[in-house]
Design a protein around this ligand. Structure first.
Ligand code: A3P
Length: 290
């Protein structure tokens, strides 16, 4: 298997398999009923998708199992070579309303999503935990560029030299557009602190209505522990040549604050100073940074 190199598209480094297909991604025209889930990689995409699937199916896990794809909803962009099918190919075979995932930054999302007034949910995770999670993902995902040693990875993250580009630009890009585009902007840390509240927020945004009992069931079914054991959520469908879970499982730790186990005091100081600079133009209420 090859680890795809990064190729810049309008200044954003994307894996070559995505960059080389970018024109067809950009031309994708969604249906107004389609829902977009957008995230920087490792911010809680799979968790959010699971909650939404259960909300739509009124908490019925069996109904969710009948989903047309093993990990439920396709990504818009193509992440992996065959046998993993391309997101666009899968989408073309599905009838709307579809749930479509993407890691593309706001400016690279096909305009049709906004012209057609599609609903969109963005999930952001604090930079340090997001980076730790991405580091382990880059180790185990044999199609992503080699992460190299941790110290170098911290610099690459700060410079936006990872697949899908700069975390800072990503979280800010959706944040500044959220009101105009009616994007529901969620935080991973809020989901951890009070999952039931976030499930309700998503329910209201999607104009759904489920009972309190179903909310409780969804919270239980989407706990880290249950999702880790759920083949529809834990990516065990991906062949080991692509996701080597012996290096790091997809459902790795699912915690807030794991970054404390990685940063040296020097890295922390440098990172925090740089963070101030990169985030000073847009205030996003992240927690758990210190
Ligand atoms: P960690 O590597 O920190 O464990 P994505 O789905 O965007 O790729 O994000 C994956 C990250 O979300 C992983 O983080 C994974 O463990 C975490 N995650 C997935 N499901 C979760 C859940 N139900 N509760 C908490 N974290 C979850």
């Amino acid at each position: 298997l090859t680890r795809f190199p990064l190729i810049p598209i309008r200044g954003v480094p994307l894996m070559s398999i995505i960059a080389n297909n970018f024109d067809s991604i950009w031309a994708f025209n969604p249906d107004p009923s389609d829902l977009l889930i957008a995230t920087y990689p490792k911010a809680g995409t799979t968790w959010t998708q699971e909650i939404i699937d259960l909300l739509i199916n009124n908490g019925d896990a069996e109904a969710c199992r009948r989903a047309p794809t093993p990990v439920r909803s396709p990504f818009l962009e193509i992440h992996s070579p065959p046998p993993i099918p391309s997101g666009l190919d899968l989408l073309k075979k599905m009838d709307p309303p579809r749930i479509i995932k993407t890691h593309l930054p706001f400016q690279l999302v096909p305009q049709g999503f906004w012209e057609n007034k599609c609903k969109a949910i963005y999930v952001a995770r604090n930079a340090k935990d997001n980076m730790v999670s991405y580091y382990h993902f880059d180790r185990m995902n044999k199609t992503q560029p080699e992460p190299g040693p941790w110290d170098g990875y911290v610099h690459k993250f700060m410079q936006g030299q990872l697949g899908w580009g700069s975390w800072y630009d990503h979280v800010k890009g959706y944040w500044v557009e959220r009101e105009k585009r009616n994007i529901l902007y969620l935080f991973y840390e809020d989901m951890k602190e009070n999952p039931a509240r976030v499930v309700r927020t998503i329910m209201q945004y999607l104009d759904l209505s489920v009972s309190d009992e179903v909310i409780d069931r969804i919270v239980e079914l989407t706990s880290f522990k249950n999702m880790k054991d759920n083949p529809m959520a834990n990516y065990s469908c991906v062949p080991p040549e692509v996701f080597d879970m012996s290096i790091s499982p997809f459902m790795r730790k699912g915690e807030v604050g794991d970054w404390k186990n990685y940063f040296t005091p020097e890295q922390l100081k440098m990172f925090d100073e740089d963070y101030e600079k990169q985030m000073k133009d847009v205030h996003i209420p992240f927690r758990s940074l210190i």
